[in-house]
Ligand binder design. Sequence first.
Ligand SMILES: Cc1cc2nc3c(=O)[nH]c(=O)nc-3n(C[C@H](O)[C@H](O)[C@H](O)COP(=O)(O)OP(=O)(O)OC[C@H]3O[C@@H](n4cnc5c(N)ncnc54)[C@H](O)[C@@H]3O)c2cc1C
Length: 448
Amino acid sequence: MSERKEAVEKMTKSAAGHVYWHDGIPALVATHPAPLRKVDVVVIGAGYTGLHAALAALRAGRSVQIVEMHELGWGCSTRNGGQISPSIKPSLAALSRRYGAARAMAIRNEGHDSMAWVGAFIESEGLDCDYQRCGRFHAAHTPAHFDALVSDTEKMGRDEGVLFDVVSRADQHSELGTDAYFGGVVLKQHASLDPAKYFYALLGLVTKAGGAVTDHCPATGISRNGKMFTVSTPKGDISADNVVIATNGYTTDLVPFLQRRVIPIGTYMIATDPLPAPLMDRLFPKNRVVSDSCKVIYYYRPSPDRSRILFGGRVSADETNPAISGPKLHHDMCRIFPELADYGYTHSWTGTVAFTFDTLAHLGQHAGLHYAMGYCGSGIGLASYLGHRLGQQLVGDPDGATAFDNLRFPTRPLYFGKPWFLPSVVRWYRFRDHWQIRRAAAMRRQGT
Ligand SMILES: Cc1cc2nc3c(=O)[nH]c(=O)nc-3n(C[C@H](O)[C@H](O)[C@H](O)COP(=O)(O)OP(=O)(O)OC[C@H]3O[C@@H](n4cnc5c(N)ncnc54)[C@H](O)[C@@H]3O)c2cc1C
């Protein structure tokens, strides 16, 4: 084996399964080895959704038991990219066709509000999580995408108050040190944080407010007796007035209605070796978070201390593991930043997000069980915000009302929670993205 190949194999092995964000945080400790027997609210799943719902209920004087099937923070909420966006995928026009103009505008506005809300929450609670209103550079991977991006963003500026700058291809290096794109837009209100520090700080608020938290405690069944629910776990049953399902991409057949409505999708990240400061300054002169216009998008950013690049995307049609996704992400990152070929990566990890058939998050009730989920890959803002609103709804607070309340949550015939159609859809989108990238690269070489 060549020296180079051996080095790459060693790197791949040592990085696989390690989440960059986990390095810095203290152990997340459960407060209760076994769950309480009777509470006002049981929350199933300890991520941003569950913790925010719990916190709102606790602060309104309710008793809350949170059960997490793995260690605390095991889900997406400590392993994401830390990029905060409004998280509403359908455009105003698309939502207007579905729900009418007023509801559509309310949904879009709440997406924007969620981004501002999470920033205000972090600041008012004094949470130490490297929160920054850094803005996002959203890059166009073809000239046609640049035109569409500018026209869509101008419309969002007019209709929704989105603050943005257009960045031409000629000016691109002022935002990002690459020639791989054809310009883009800066979305000024987007922000970033350290997701695991945010989770840790939030957990601290929940336990301080008296929340009972039990890890390695899967909810295995839910039954109803009149107005009361019983949640079964291997560590004992819990009876409660209300149950919150906050399981997002890890939703199981505990509630088949929900499992049939969310599509679990793996997404993958790497963290590079520490990089020289001048190189980071050249590649990320404004410290923005970045995403691009590929259908299977890449998302990346500097680490909060600007020592590394954290690079993410969906690199294969089928679900895979971090030993396989790591080299692929590294390869794709070096297409955008060729100078990174001289550097390796130290962490490679994955997590499962939840998409929905209408590409919208959903909050509501089914058979008396409360839920919020389906953030379609970007839930830092919306999971926090909708989790909070859900907690307010549990305690009858009228401020808990949202434009998401009881929107129809669609499923499809023959879908029972295993997305058999996903590999072919992703394969097609990735083929199309790569074909467009190759064609755009050829245009660049010809100087058009
Ligand atoms: C690699 C990656 C990158 C991402 N990047 C971004 C980003 O940059 N910006 C952004 O906004 N979003 C991003 N996301 C998505 C974001 O992290 C999620 O939308 C958000 O964390 C969802 O929070 P949650 O609390 O709903 O779910 P999670 O944090 O996933 O928590 C759900 C929990 O439920 C638990 N659970 C499931 N079933 C049971 C049961 N029966 N009993 C007990 N517990 C159960 C699971 O173990 C899990 O811990 C990313 C996700 C990943 C994986």
